[in-house]
Design a protein around this ligand. Sequence first.
Ligand code: KG4
Ligand code: ZN
Length: 334
Amino acid sequence: MKILSIESSCDETAAAVVEDGRQVLSNVVASQVEEHKLYGGVVPEIASRRHCEAINGVVKKALEDAGVTLSGIDAIAVTYAPGLIGALLVGVNFAKGLALSSGLPLVPVHHLRSHIASNYIAHKELEPPFLCLVVSGGHSHIVEVKGYTDMKVIGKTRDDAAGEAFDKAARTMGMPYPGGIHLDKAAEEGDPLSFRLPHPKVEGAPYDFSFSGLKTAVINLIHNASQKGISLPVNDLSAAFRKAVVDSLTDNFIRAAEELGYKILVLAGGVSANSLLRRRISEECSKRGWRCFYPPIELCGDNGAMVGAQGYYEYLAGNTASSDLNARATMTIE
Ligand code: KG4
Ligand code: ZN
């Protein structure tokens, strides 16, 4: 079964053709990051307009690269929640138009479920049940993936998402948007023990996260130093900050797996590209004889292929939509 999939939840206009949820026939991503960089973050209005301009060309190229026309496609999948509402509406409306004109079924896909599904593309043997840490620019969740469309959130951030904290700390250190990747690179050259930063815990909720205090601690350190005319060593500060975030993610994730008896651990979302997080989870899993999976770097960020992968399993579960499908800015993964 071939699915044409569309993603426009944030600042990437993306489309792909995926066969049977696992085989990527094409994957086209048009990134707007260079434009948003000028403003230090995503400007929603600009994102919507750029999706509007790019979507037709991106979908056309996805079909061409896969060597198919719409008549060779069996269903159309689209990200409908959560994300920037104006951005989501572009993809949803485009998909609805295509589905209506072609008579193909329309499959709505949850953005975080699709991040998890990027692992099905890369790891053909991976099947639920497993425990997943979904860490992106907008979310930090520990999710029990009981089945392809059956999920339960057992831990989440109480304030900032991990990616958001990385981006804000990086911005204060003078790095361009999105700063997570730059902070990660700088941290590779720094000493994580050179600064003492808080390692936040949420009282009474051992699987929940809190990153805003840590983010504020770093921002205050930098501002206080700059008021005294001192510039702090960016590599060391990055390393200390990255360690604090990754310690918190790793501690809660491993504890949840131990307590709930999961032996297959999966990372997903943009922050799953973080080199320390990948190393730490791999090490903790191999110590315990558990298996650990994460997507290749090119599938960690937003893309169309992951939407096609999850769209396949949503279709099999009977989750199709009619032409009154709407986009939603927020929606639980459950
Ligand atoms: O999943 P994603 O592409 O978009 C959302 O759905 O939010 O995640 C983007 C986030 C950004 O905050 C970005 O800085 C972060 O993922 N990110 C990283 C790394 N690469 C991307 N954070 C830490 N280390 C990285 N190597
Ligand atoms: Zn995402």
